[in-house]
Ligand binder design. Sequence first.
Ligand SMILES: C[S@@+](CC[C@H](N)C(=O)[O-])C[C@H]1O[C@@H](n2cnc3c(N)ncnc32)[C@H](O)[C@@H]1O
Length: 249
Amino acid sequence: MSRLTRVKALIPPGLRTRISARRTSRTRFMETPLTHAIDRWAFRRSLEAVIVRTGHLSGVEWLGRSIWQFPMDAWLIQEVITSLKPRLIVETGTHRGGSAFFFATLFDLLDIPGEVISIDVAAEQTVPHPRITYLAGSSVDPDIVGQVSQRAEAVGGQVLVILDSDHNAAHVAREMASYAPLVPVGGLIHVQDGWVDQLRPGRGFGDGPTIAVKAFLAANPAFVLDEEIEHRYLLSIHPYGWLRRVSQD
Ligand SMILES: C[S@@+](CC[C@H](N)C(=O)[O-])C[C@H]1O[C@@H](n2cnc3c(N)ncnc32)[C@H](O)[C@@H]1O
């Protein structure tokens, strides 16, 4: 018995039929329960490899500035900013300012009004840009939340909240409670780094963002997961990462 015949014998008969039925077109992407399982394994493995090889993404750059983002997810943010056209982006977690700079330069390229508030308790550096305001302090400090709320009210329009500071579930929960009221219907909260709850290098971290997101969604029916955004490019480190407000309360 050849090796291929031995492997085929291991595949249940029903699955064998489905695989051969989908092989009728060479251009068609083969999808079976088996390929789904292989895909999930391959996605996790490639994400883990990229995360480990890039020093947890610390070497990624935008226009020469350090931006601590997975490139495929950054592309997705670019698409979201282009379609949502937020008047204000609130980012928690400045780090070296590269992501705030990324958002600000996208506003420049789109040639639309838009500003960025980036908050960090201990930013390593900032990248100056006329559209960016940096706030020093904890993202859940009532004084900081008050300043951001005042600005959101003053500028009006759509708001995109991007949570990329402390990824501990309790902190993310407090951030969502603080900034969700600023998001109008149609706007989005982007909760980053849910990968820590799912992939091997993140294990040992404790409860992370996905735990906070699930609890938030259960308590706040005005928000739903936007799975179309989340799964658009398959490779993402932000599972449960996009929440859209669909009603006022
Ligand atoms: C993952 S980095 C942010 C990366 C940045 N958004 C980027 O894409 O380049 C996380 C940052 O969150 C900051 N941070 C941690 N706890 C915080 C808190 N309670 N409030 C605000 N920032 C916090 C850290 O100082 C760190 O600079």
